[in-house]
Ligand binder design. Structure first.
Ligand SMILES: [Zn+2]
Length: 175
């Protein structure tokens, strides 16, 4: 999946993280942080420049697209939440869901290699039984007609999530 779909998940998580919480975070900073977490597994694309191959353990959709990686990221988020006095369990579970969602959404795409969901126990790459989403071109190649088409399909597929993220808030009327 291209960045667009993962950012949609990040925006929804940002909204959920603020729901019913007194927070000093602006909606914008929450959106940036949660979208960053949602995109985090794709740090592996920088490995290409270092000579890491797609199919390697630390290659694209390898170790960073595993549940163990998502747990590790959620553990770090839990520590930050504790220091920042955010609700620790709620924030960590949301982070676990957001980071795991990345790999699970990637398994729904129709190209590349699957995701090493079970790393470090297995290096097998997994796809979902149904792969309705077109795979996104990597890097600058995303800025092409094919990239635009992929982004459009993702926006439609995730439109309910996007609607939740962006639906206008009901204003509290002061009496
Ligand atoms: Zn990915």
């Amino acid at each position: 999946m291209a960045s667009v779909g993962h950012v949609v998940v990040g925006l929804a998580a940002a909204r959920f993280s603020r729901q019913g919480q007194a927070t000093i975070w602006s909606p914008f900073s929450a959106a940036v942080v949660w979208s960053g977490l949602s995109l985090l597994p794709d740090v592996d694309v920088y490995g290409f420049r270092l000579g890491v191959h797609y199919a390697d353990v630390w290659g694209h959709r390898g170790a960073t697209h595993s549940f163990v990686f998502a747990f590790a990221a959620a553990a770090i988020v839990a520590l930050v939440a504790k220091v920042a006095r955010f609700p620790v369990l709620r924030t960590a579970l949301l982070a676990l869901g957001v980071v795991s969602s990345h790999a699970l959404l990637d398994t729904l795409t129709d190209g590349g290699l699957g995701c090493a969901l079970l790393w470090p126990f297995s290096n097998e790459r997994f796809f979902a039984p149904w792969t309705p989403l077109p795979v996104a071109p990597i890097g600058r190649a995303f800025l092409s007609m094919q990239g635009l088409r992929v982004a459009a399909v993702e926006l439609v597929a995730l439109s309910p999530v996007l609607a939740y993220a962006l639906w206008p808030r009901r204003r509290q009327v002061a009496r």
